[in-house]
Design a protein around this ligand. Structure first.
Ligand SMILES: Cc1cc2nc3c(=O)[nH]c(=O)nc-3n(C[C@H](O)[C@H](O)[C@H](O)COP(=O)(O)OP(=O)(O)OC[C@H]3O[C@@H](n4cnc5c(N)ncnc54)[C@H](O)[C@@H]3O)c2cc1C
Length: 569
């Protein structure tokens, strides 16, 4: 809708309509039917794909960070328009101070406990089934090991990632937003400038700029929430330094400690047992929701060895390398590198993770396809149906290995490093992103591969086969790991403005009514993809702003029990 100058006066104004903004705005409006909510969204369906926000971002390291338009989407639903729908829970260790974090774990376990009250509601919004993230909680899954002979210990094989539809929040909730009479959606408006807070920290209005006409209007509200994604929420705060006048200036942590995940493959795993007993693919829970196992490491082990939280999962061999000899993989690889078609099959960042941007030995791929007929076509056709046509989409493609060999994908926490940052350029508008991997990040990934290798060999289950010589591993990781999709840290939670930007209720230090609801508030990145946790934070913030609280501690106790290290030594 088009806002007029006199539209004003809302109880709550939410900036940004990605998963965080939609969950928060809808949940708050439903809980408070007599309060007026405004949901402001920069994008609109009449806008060009290229947009001023993305084109005013400068990425200083394009080897390890995707381009802005690959990292976010604008418009109702935000980046859920292209996200993969992988829902993962943070772990206890992510809330514990460890020497490797250099004093930068500025939240604690009370937040994890608090968030448990809200994960059920979040899971409903994400349509990812019950928020149980351990295999034992799936009623229809037997508790067989991931591969024959695997034993639990410092390495575990029962932690799960769950999958959303994937829910495209814009399409999925447009009707609900329209039906919610106390909720107004204003598309095509950019949140610009907050009023300077009064002596009590209260901010009364926010200036919006109509993207198409550049006309400015003022919106007054009792409370404001920035849910504009990590980059843009950070940029808005960096631009609005007046918000911090009551605390003597901008918090030192604002824009710093930017983290994502290290991600890639440096090894395969060769299991010794029966290949048919390896759980390499998806399982479905009682509600038909897809879930998949991840190797993780016990909290105690990570703590004792001062390592970063990391997940590893079984994957296909590299698609672009025809040595895999799979006709189905070669067919899918050729489809992905075909102009136009490739773009329709996956968003650029995901496509890149599969093809690595390479056009490689096409004749050999065609040879694989010919040798593998008819399965080279029938297998992709069946996958295509499940992945693109059925209502709940198959989240990925994992193929059986008769040799019981799988590539191993790592997804690892990063050290919160001050030098990884978002800063404003000299024009006060451009967002400059500095992002690189630290030596500690890389060393932890290598060490944990060695730990898994040792564990598999000791238990007789299998071993790792590295794709690089040992001395080449650090550079290989630095060359392959590329993020920018999972953005954490730049407006982090802390118990004082000396250490962070928002308090544990997500309220911006120095204000009494401005909040941030973005993964940028997470001080640590853990091994988890951030959006599910962010959804739980959105429900939690909605309840906090409504002054209601729902209790459901049972599931947390269960989670903690499942997360206990089980040693077999
Ligand atoms: C290809 C890809 C795959 C991904 N897969 C996964 C996955 O499987 N699992 C997972 O957990 N995460 C995944 N992510 C990350 C996930 O998409 C984000 O964590 C999530 O979308 C963040 O939600 P958000 O609401 O904070 O921000 P966004 O979804 O980015 O939405 C922010 C909204 O705010 C609007 N906005 C920005 N600035 C302003 C302004 N000044 N005024 C008004 N509006 C503004 C934007 O237009 C946008 O619509 C993926 C990301 C990408 C790019």
């Amino acid at each position: 809708m088009f806002l007029t100058d006199d539209a004003a006066a809302y109880n709550l104004c939410v900036v940004g309509s990605g998963p965080a903004g939609i969950i928060l705005a809808l949940d708050y409006a439903r809980t408070n039917p007599h309060k007026r909510v405004l949901l402001v969204e920069y994008g609109s369906n009449t806008q060009q794909k290229e947009n001023q926000l993305d084109s005013s971002i400068q990425i200083n390291n394009t080897v390890n960070h995707h381009q802005p338009n690959e990292c976010t989407n604008k418009g109702l639903g935000g980046t859920s328009a292209t996200w993969g729908g992988r829902c993962v829970m943070y772990d206890e260790i992510d809330f514990e101070d460890r020497p490797i974090l250099n004093g930068n774990c500025t939240w604690d376990k009370t937040i994890l406990i608090d968030v448990q009250d809200h994960i059920h509601k979040a899971a409903e919004y994400f349509e990812c089934g019950k928020p149980d993230f351990d295999l034992s909680a799936l009623t229809n899954a037997d508790a067989k090991p991931i591969a024959e002979g695997f034993k639990q210990g410092v390495v575990t094989d029962t932690r799960l990632e769950r999958y959303s539809m994937p829910t495209r929040f814009g399409e999925r909730y447009a009707g609900d937003i329209a039906a919610q009479t106390n909720l107004t959606l204003a598309e095509g408006y950019e949140a610009r400038d907050f009023e300077q807070p009064n002596a009590k920290g209260k901010v009364s209005f926010l200036t919006l700029r109509h993207v198409a006409t550049q006309k400015q209007i003022i919106v007054t509200a009792d409370k404001f929430v920035l849910a504009a994604g990590a980059q843009e929420s950070t940029r808005i705060l960096l631009r609005n330094q007046q918000l911090f006048r009551n605390i003597g200036g901008v918090p030192d942590a604002l824009g710093k400690y930017y983290q994502g995940h290290l991600s890639g493959k440096i090894a395969s795993v060769q299991f010794n047992g029966d290949p048919k007993k390896t759980d390499y693919g998806f399982t479905k829970d009682a509600d038909g929701v897809y879930a998949r196992r991840r190797f993780q490491f016990s909290n105690e082990f990570l703590k004792q060895n001062n390592l970063l939280n990391t997940a590893l999962w079984l994957d296909n061999p590299l698609y672009f390398d025809p040595k895999h000899r799979s006709g189905a993989m070669s067919f899918m690889y050729l489809a992905m590198i075909t102009p136009v078609l490739g773009k329709k099959l996956a968003p650029p960042a995901i496509a890149h993770s599969i093809t690595k941007g390479r056009v490689n030995n096409i004749p050999a791929h065609i040879g694989n396809i010919a040798r593998g007929l008819p399965r080279s076509f029938t297998k992709p056709a069946a996958i295509f149906y499940k992945r693109y046509i059925s209502k709940r989409k198959l989240p990925g493609v994992f193929l059986y290995s008769p040799k019981n060999t799988y590539a191993l994908h790592f997804h690892a926490e990063q050290v919160p490093f001050e030098g990884n940052s978002m800063k404003l350029g000299s024009d006060g508008e451009r967002l400059i992103i500095n992002y690189s991997l630290t030596e500690a990040d890389v060393a932890s990934v290598i060490k944990l591969h060695d730990v898994l290798d040792h564990w598999l060999r000791t238990t007789g289950c299998g071993e790792l086969k590295y794709w690089f010589d040992k001395d080449e591993l650090p550079q290989a990781i630095k060359n392959m790991s590329k993020d920018g999709l999972h953005q954490c840290g730049t407006t982090r939670i802390a118990n004082s403005p000396e250490n962070g930007v928002v308090d544990s209720d997500l309220k911006v230090w120095g204000t009494s009514n401005v909040y941030v609801c973005s993964s940028s508030v997470f001080p640590t990145s853990g091994q988890a993809n951030p959006t599910f946790m962010l959804g739980a934070f959105a429900v939690r913030l909605s309840q906090h702003l409504s002054h209601t609280k729902k209790a459901n501690k049972k599931s947390f106790t269960t989670q903690l029990q499942h997360n206990k290290p089980v040693n077999i030594n």
